[in-house]
Each structure stands twice: as C-alpha cells, then as structure tokens.
Write a protein that binds this ligand. Sequence first.
Ligand code: AMP
Length: 191
Amino acid sequence: MSNVLIFGPPGVGKGTQADLISKKYKLTHLSSGDLLRAELKHGRHKVKIKELLDAGKLVPDDMITEMIEKAVVQGLKKGGFLFDGYPRTLKQARSLDKFLKSKKVKLDAVINLKLSEKDAEKRILKRGQTSGRSDDNKKIIKARFGIYRTQTVPLLEYYKKQKKIINIDGRPAVIDVFAKIVEDLHEALKS
Ligand code: AMP
C-alpha cells in the first residue's frame, strides 16, 4: 500500500493527474479543494468557506485537517491515498505525518509538478471558462499564487529532507506528463 502526495502551483494540472494516478494505482483520491467545494453545498462552515475560497485564501488549518483525517479514517481499509491539495502549509504537513504515523502508515512519495506562473495562469483562465469556479479569475489567481509561494513552497524543503520529492515538468501534454509520473513513481515506490 502506498500513499502519494501531488504538489504544485494552482493550474498545474494536479487534479487531472491525480485522477489518472489514483485510477492506475487504485488509490483513494483525496482532494482538499473538492472536499471544501462539496462542503459549500451542505456543510457546517459553508458561509466561512465560501468567503475564503472566493478570495483565494486558505481555510484554517484545523478545519481542513479535521476534514482530511475523517476522510482518511473512512478510506483506510480500502488501501492507499493520493493526497491532492493537502497538505498546503508546514503545519498541515507536520500534522499529516503525525496522523499517518498514528495509523501506522506514511507518505511514500511527493510528486512536484512544475509550471511557471505565466503558463499556470493561462491554464486557469482557460479552465475558468468551463469550471464554474469563482476563484478561477485573474484577480484571485494572483492571490492564490502569492499564498502558494509564501505558505506552500516551504513544504518542498520539508519533503526534500525526507527524500520524497519527484520533480516532474508540468508543461507537456497530459498524457506525456502522466507517463513520466508513472515511470518515476515506479522507481520511487520500489526503493
Ligand atoms: P484547489 O482546488 O486545491 O485549488 O483548492 C481551492 C481552494 O480551497 C484554495 O484556494 C483554498 O481556498 C482551499 N483549500 C484547498 N486545500 C486547502 C488546504 N489544504 N488548506 C487550506 N485551504 C485549502
């Protein structure tokens, strides 16, 4: 059983690759953004979550951590997880490590999908034409990138120290990026 995290800036294609990887490796795809968007329809904190998502800001660590832990507990019997969008801060990363340890599992690999902000912005604006996501617009994209740079990028160092990072160029076509991920993940999970 393996647990994998997919990491990268907004718009790099994390969700698309996460879908493909989770199918191939039979992992439960755990997307924090999807969990939060589902919460907007019926959840306890829907007003607060909507305000933060619309502004491109992060929801509080404790709130998302509680949601993720609940989902992990529910899915644990089925096998491993593909974490997508969580952890996004150092506090979340430390908390996830501790939580997984308490369940006697661990994160095995971190896929770092790389794309320049310029290319990522182009992709998000294109996605915004069909996604219906209120945060897929130019002003909010800037805020999301700012948060990514200051709060999320430090995680790379954290996972680098754990020797878990797999760097992947996010520029090629979806299918080519996926092929490279499979190739490198295969190696990483073997060792
Ligand atoms: P995503 O679908 O991953 O781009 O996430 C959409 C939005 O959900 C983000 O801009 C944040 O407002 C919120 N969000 C998703 N994951 C997290 C997280 N791990 N911690 C805090 N906020 C999050």
